[in-house]
Design a binder for this molecule. Structure first.
Ligand SMILES: *Cc1c(COP(=O)(O)O)cnc(C)c1O
Length: 343
């Protein structure tokens, strides 16, 4: 029995076509700037998203860290969501390695940060305070898509207060596909509200490794120095760059399939006693286990595993659809959940 792995969209295996693209990639030493496949990827993404320059990174964590360090100096501060990856899930790197202080803000129900909270937390120019330099948003955030009107308003507020704007767009293309229309155009529209964007290729896009940071030429030159210091200068990185390029060209539009499977899963879990399903906007389904069912929550993940279904969480279960999951796999997850919760 093949395992239906819904723990994350990071678990995807490179497709045969992607492996072929990796094998065929022309290579050079990227620390010398000589790798044609990395250079092609960087130009292609910068152009598609409307930035001057881009830089290939081993991970999204390193990409966000280099971005924050390129926007902020020691003793500066960034405004960030309480549950944002750049605050909560990156080992405190901005503070530890960058001497940059986070100012975490609560999320609204739609994942956004209230404009009033952003404004109220911009510190006055006074020696008591860290210098507020940057607003960092994440899109998608917990699988939710930030509305374009919100991005525009937050961006204008930040600009008016002299802040730079960074987007952790690990799942930028999921957000773009969910907006509808041409996904590359939608991604560009999202990016128009930011000075820099970090995009993951190792999530739903299905590449084995890699993120790309986009921004102005000056910004990317600063990030390049930080990437070297962080140990992210890679040599014949084009084997990885070619996988990301293949994903950019062939795996963007198909994210709609993952979103449809998330809808199928959510629909199939409706009505289970003690279980509340949050309507998914993209490829992540959250399921809250409440009431008397909570006592049995600890058994859910092992039960699913015994049925060949992997997921994460306890009282809040998380199921993520991706390239290597199909409708039959989703139906197996639904059946295993219905079994467990007795419906
Ligand atoms: C996955 C992810 C990252 C980067 O994670 P890495 O594992 O370091 O590539 C950054 N932000 C968000 C929102 C993510 O989901």
């Amino acid at each position: 029995m093949t395992v239906v792995d819904l723990r994350s969209d990071t678990v995807t295996q490179p497709t045969a076509a992607m492996r072929a693209a990796m094998l065929a990639a022309p290579l050079g030493d990227d620390v010398f700037g000589d790798d044609p496949s990395v250079n092609a990827l960087q130009s292609a993404l910068a152009e598609r998203l409307g930035f001057e320059a881009a830089l290939f990174m081993p991970t999204g964590t390193q990409s966000n860290l280099c971005a924050l360090m390129s926007h902020c100096q020691r003793g500066d501060e960034y405004l960030v969501g309480q549950f944002a990856h750049t605050y909560r899930w990156e080992g405190g790197g901005a503070a530890v390695l960058g001497s940059i202080q986070p100012q975490p803000l609560p999320h609204q129900a739609d994942g956004s940060l209230a404009l009033a909270d952003i404004e109220a937390n911009i510190k006055p120019d006074d020696a008591h305070f860290a210098r507020t330099r940057l607003l960092t948003l994440e899109n998608t955030i917990g699988g939710k898509v930030l509305p374009l009107a919100y991005l525009s308003a937050a961006s204008h507020l930040a600009l008016g207060k002299g802040l730079s704007r960074h987007l952790d767009g690990a799942r930028l293309f999921n957000a773009a596909v969910a907006l509808g229309g041409d996904p590359y155009q939608a991604a560009r529209q999202i990016c128009s509200h930011f000075d820099s964007v970090s995009v993951c290729f190792s999530k739903g896009l299905g590449a084995p490794v890699g993120s790309v940071l986009c921004g102005s030429r000056d910004f990317i030159a600063r990030a390049h120095r930080w990437r070297k210091m962080a140990g992210g200068g890679m040599r014949q990185a084009g084997v990885l760059g070619a996988a990301a390029q293949h994903a950019l060209d062939h795996h963007v539009a198909r994210l709609a399939d993952d979103h449809a499977l998330a809808q199928r899963l959510a629909a199939g879990l409706q009505g289970l006693p003690g279980v509340t399903v949050e309507a998914p906007q993209t490829n992540i389904v959250f399921v809250d286990v409440a009431g008397p069912s909570q006592e049995r929550a600890a058994g859910v993940i092992p039960h699913l595993k015994s049925r060949g279904v992997l997921a994460t969480g306890l009282y809040r279960l998380r199921f993520v659809t991706h390239l290597d999951v199909d409708a039959a796999g989703v139906d197996r997850a639904i059946a295993a959940m219905r079994d467990y919760f007795g419906a």
